[in-house]
Design a protein around this ligand. Structure first.
Ligand code: ZN
Length: 198
């Protein structure tokens, strides 16, 4: 016997497919949505669709943006010769929040993970190498200190070394296995300042 109506089951199923949402959370969210006023539900649904339709990759750094080129890349005051490589947009936001980093970014949208079958071609690596053909002075690798993050850092460093561009890795201080987005600004800046050439 089905416990809930087909529509609710479908809603729970869709919600539980989202990252970090388990079965129980999905149920709670589904019932919350059903009990919300109709105009609020419409607004939420519209916001999701509009975000999906209007957000795209920045033509330079591949962060998500509403424009052709994101505000960081479009800013002439930023140092476009220093490129910080991060795994995702949330990590970019974490460094951007410190307000102290003057270079630009490159968002990989993932990390190499042989276990999950994610190879170099599944993340924005070719795009990074293409950028280096223009003027680049230093690539700061700021992937997470997880196994995947370290694997990715090593891979990038080997790839870039022959081009003569300086490659550095943010210092530890970022706890092992720690996600950049959860780390406080002081630690992030210390890791940036203490970066070492690899
Ligand atoms: Zn950009």
């Amino acid at each position: 016997m089905e416990l809930y109506s087909g529509h609710i089951n479908k809603l729970i199923e869709e919600l539980s497919a989202l990252p970090g949402i388990g079965g129980k959370s999905a149920q709670r969210l589904a019932f919350h949505l059903i009990n919300m006023p109709k105009d609020k539900v419409n607004r939420l649904a519209r916001t999701i669709v509009e975000a999906k339709e209007n957000v795209r990759y920045c033509g330079e750094c591949y962060t998500l943006t509403d424009r052709e080129i994101c505000p960081v890349c479009a800013n002439p005051k930023r140092n476009h010769r220093i490129i910080m490589v991060v795994e995702n947009v949330r990590d970019l936001a974490a460094y951007e929040k410190t307000g102290k980093y003057e270079g630009v970014y490159h968002v990989l949208h993932g990390a190499i993970s042989p276990m999950l079958g994610i190879g170099p071609n599944d993340i924005k690596l070719k795009e990074l190498i293409a950028r280096l053909e223009k003027e680049a002075e230093e690539v700061i690798i700021a992937t997470n200190s997880s196994l995947e993050g370290e694997t990715t850092a090593m891979y990038i460093s080997k790839l870039i070394k022959p081009t003569g561009v300086k490659v550095s890795r943010i210092a530890s201080g970022v706890p092992v296995g720690g996600d950049l987005e959860y780390i406080d600004e002081v630690t992030l800046l210390r890791a940036l300042e203490g970066r070492v050439e690899i």
